[in-house]
Design a protein around this ligand. Structure first.
Ligand SMILES: [Zn+2]
Length: 76
């Protein structure tokens, strides 16, 4: 029987985990909590962001991946 080793997580729960990790001063290797982009062609590390300005809570790639459809596009 196949095992599920990963699942999708809501950004609000991810932000709560990040907050707890910060409050407990947990040592997270390279600051990566293990969240990864859900795009099967990407799967790069992402971090949860709280709401700010006009944006609601969301995930951002730790390092922008121009090949990912979900990567933030910078407008100049
Ligand atoms: Zn991605």
């Amino acid at each position: 029987m196949p095992k599920i080793n990963e699942c999708l997580i809501d950004v609000d729960l991810a932000n709560a985990i990040r907050e707890v990790a910060d409050a407990l001063k947990l040592k997270i290797p390279a600051g990566k909590l293990g969240f990864r982009c859900p795009n099967p062609k990407c799967r790069k590390p992402v971090k949860p962001m709280v709401a700010g300005g006009k944006q609601g809570p969301h995930f951002e790639h730790l390092k922008r991946n121009p090949k990912c459809d979900l990567s933030h596009v910078r407008r100049s």
